[in-house]
Design a protein around this ligand. Structure first.
Ligand SMILES: [Zn+2]
Length: 459
């Protein structure tokens, strides 16, 4: 079965939570609750509904609502299978829906609940929901409604929610509540069959998270040339979601394990100053900084570039006759400064076409050739930061198709960028190591959960 983990904080306030919090006090029950979401036909419908939830274009485009609650993990002690006693369904309102048709799709076989919702003044707000809005409900194994929830309107960062819930005496009650968006920690796994983005799509990982993953690992993995069919990855990331489960936007990538051609790459986000500080960075699980002095892939990797070996274009590796590495990429793809430095040259060179040369600290410089054009305003003497777009992929000079020709020079002589030994950034400070180790342990558990492995097998 497909993995679909979506763990929200147990201290939430809406009736679904409270229902579980009231009845399910043990770790086993909490794990069971997660199973409710992953298991069974009912849950497959919920997964499909989540799949069409709109994702915000990019975290950078909008202010992020930071919620500072600590992330808690479900206990992993219990693994016995228990028959679920309640089910959660999530559906979208369709054009022409009635309360009865909506309830039917939610798996509610409860004429009394349908009648209540039709006559109660608060519950009738459900009828004002426009098509496409999400409604979720929980029923017992006989189809009796336990609770229903829907978002009536959103005024960031608050949402006006409708709750219908069954009281202890068995009667139903409807009420409206204003709730804040919540931060969720989401875990996913994916295996690459055709392309990185196709794998991410299949696992419902938003593009914003895939891009963060590529940026993070492009110091270690050449995403243009090195991806293999069967490569796999697990990600843990944060998501801002309404209490209905509708995703507002994805947030920070928190941890990743990427298996590329049998080699494992792992990283986690660590914020020494706490969530308010925004000064976090990615580290290896042993505390080494993963910020590389030089990008291994100084080309933007986009949905369009994703694929194996870019078969339409020749790829040339480094050799004595060919003093650089070629990255076949679509015309106009951004070319990025491999490291901090100063622009030494931006102009035309015979054979190389439009070319940028950047001088870096120490003995290194880098060269970028065959560009279609330069970043606006780029000029000699300008300071650039690692990752800055300096120009765009083209086919100027002696070139047969759009690609970046990239050279790394040490003391003026070209070396193979894929094998050159380059300096790394600073590791975690010794006084922060205890906090870092605790955090790394938690993220290791989450990655194991995402991959469906037992915690004991996690590293
Ligand atoms: Zn070349």
């Amino acid at each position: 079965m497909r993995k679909f983990w979506s763990l929200d904080q147990p201290e939430g306030k809406h009736p679904g939570r409270r229902l579980f919090a009231g009845r399910a006090t043990t770790a086993a029950d909490r794990l069971h609750r997660i199973r409710l979401i992953v298991g069974g036909v009912a849950a497959l419908a919920a997964v499909a509904a989540f799949g069409v939830a709109p994702f915000a274009p990019d975290i950078a485009d909008q202010p992020v609502t930071r919620v500072t609650q600590a992330v808690t993990l479900p206990e992993l002690a219990a693994h016995e299978e228990a028959a679920p006693t309640s089910y959660i369904q999530e559906v979208r309102v369709a054009k022409g829906d009635t309360i009865a048709s909506l309830m039917e799709r939610l798996g509610v076989q409860d004429p009394a609940a349908v009648a209540f919702t039709g006559r109660d003044a608060v519950a009738r707000e459900l009828l004002k929901l426009r098509p496409g809005k999400t409604v979720s409900a929980s029923t017992d194994d006989e189809g009796e409604l336990l609770w229903l929830r829907a978002m009536l309107s959103a005024d960031e960062p608050n949402a006006r929610m409708l709750f219908i819930e069954r009281r202890d005496d068995g009667t139903l009650q409807a009420r409206q509540v204003v709730e804040a968006y919540e931060r969720r920690v989401v875990m996913r796994n994916a295996t690459i069959q055709s392309s990185l983005f196709a794998a991410a799509d299949a696992a419902q990982i938003p593009d914003a998270i895939t891009q963060q993953m590529v940026d993070l690992l492009s110091g270690d993995i050449d995403f243009y040339n090195d991806l293999r069919r069967g490569d796999s990855f697990e990600v843990v990331y944060e998501q801002l979601a309404l209490p209905t489960g509708e995703v507002v936007r994805s947030g920070q990538l928190l941890a990743i394990r990427f298996i590329n051609a049998g080699r494992k790459h792992q990283a986690l986000w660590f914020d020494a100053d706490g969530p308010e500080g925004h000064k976090g960075a990615f580290y290896a699980f042993d505390g080494r900084s993963l910020k590389k002095a030089f990008l291994k892939t100084p080309v933007e990797f986009t949905r369009i570039s994703s694929g194996f070996g870019n078969r339409n274009h020749p790829i040339f590796g480094y050799s004595h006759r060919h003093t650089g590495i070629d990255f076949a990429a679509p015309h106009g793809t951004g070319v990025r400064a491999a490291s901090d430095g100063t622009v030494e040259f931006a102009g035309w060179q015979r054979g190389y076409g439009n070319t940028v040369i950047i001088r870096h600290a120490g003995v290194h410089s880098t060269l970028y050739a065959h560009l279609s054009g330069f970043q606006r305003g780029l000029r000699k003497g300008q300071r650039v930061t690692q990752g800055d777009i300096i120009g765009f992929v083209g086919s100027t000079g002696n070139s047969t198709g759009p690609h970046l020709h990239y050279e790394l020079h040490v003391n003026g002589a070209p070396v193979n960028p894929q094998t050159a030994i380059l300096p790394d950034a600073q590791p975690i400070a010794a006084n922060l190591m205890p906090a870092f180790r605790a955090h790394a342990g938690e993220m290791g558990r989450r990655l194991a959960l995402a991959g469906g492995r037992e915690y004991a097998q996690a590293e």
